[in-house]
Design a protein around this ligand. Structure first.
Ligand code: ADP
Length: 267
């Protein structure tokens, strides 16, 4: 720490200059940390402030009866849909803000059979019979972590698979053991993602095609949330995709996160 600075951070790195000499580089990144903190606080505050007015607007829109003014019915429908979408963006931003400032999760048993069944049901509700949805669960273990956050991460991947797969396609949700732990994956036969986009996919609001994503009701924050939830569980996200063929999103959990299936009160 630099003298007199409570939150200062200096990054040190050693640069080899030959056989016997090294250069020590000290880089003061305190101001970057403070900027990052300001950005986080700003996003969080704006999201909080937007929540109440949005709830009011949404509430009044629900009260209006399209039959009173039939010529305005399509407009009213669009306003309701957009206010709902804005509400979802605000909720996702608040979730991201919380995840970004959180350093660890309160560990609980996450019963995987029940969670997988829920994820499948949610995907089926979104698909409305347009896709074949298969669940293959052979891991026979539960997870240790935050039930709420893992639910949102795992169901986000399944809902993306539905949203980015044309009608008639297949989606397979898997929960399997692997040598280093267990893997949850979602494979689809959808649009796929060009390789040049893969590295940036988990950035906030990053989209391969904005119009397609908006049409399918996304907020652009789903994969960011997935990435943060996995980080908090020391799990890795792997993405394999081929345009026109489909994608597989896999979450690799280490042994320390696995529990033999059992009662809720064991942990
Ligand atoms: P969005 O709300 O836009 O879906 P996400 O963060 O969930 O936001 O995803 C970011 C982008 O990644 C999407 O806009 C889409 O272009 C791409 N994507 C995510 N999942 C898939 C998938 N299963 N198949 C094809 N593209 C995907």
């Amino acid at each position: 720490s630099a003298p007199g600075q409570a939150n200062s951070q200096i990054n040190l790195s050693l640069l080899p200059l030959g056989d016997h000499e090294q250069l020590l580089l000290a880089h003061d990144v305190s101001h970057l940390n403070r900027l990052e903190q300001t950005r986080r606080d700003f996003v969080s505050n704006v999201s909080h402030e937007l929540r109440t007015p949005l709830t009011v607007i949404h509430g009044y829109l629900e009260l209006l009866d399209p039959e009173d003014v039939p010529e305005l019915a399509p407009v009213l429908g669009e306003m309701r849909a957009q206010s709902k979408r804005m509400g979802q963006i605000v909720e996702d931003l608040l979730t991201l803000s919380r995840l970004e400032t959180q350093h660890e999760v309160v560990d609980e048993r996450v019963p995987m059979e029940a969670l997988l069944a829920t994820v499948r049901k949610e995907a089926e509700a979104l698909s409305q019979g347009r896709h074949r949805i298969v669940l293959e669960s052979s891991a026979g273990v539960d997870l240790l972590g935050s039930p709420k956050d893992l639910h949102s991460a795992l169901s986000n991947l399944a809902s993306n698979a539905v949203r980015y797969t044309p009608a008639g396609g297949s989606i397979t949700i898997r929960w399997q053991r692997e040598p280093a732990g267990a893997v949850y994956s979602v494979s689809d036969t959808g649009f796929g993602i060009p390789a040049s986009h893969l590295a940036r996919l988990t950035e906030r609001f990053y989209r391969v095609s904005s119009s397609r994503s908006r049409d399918t009701g996304g907020t652009g924050l789903g994969l960011s949330i997935v990435k943060h939830v996995l980080n908090l569980h020391q799990a890795q996200l792997q993405i394999q995709s081929a345009p026109g063929v489909g994608s597989t999103f896999s979450c690799h959990f280490g042994m320390a996160r696995l529990l033999p299936p059992g009662n809720n009160d064991e942990t």
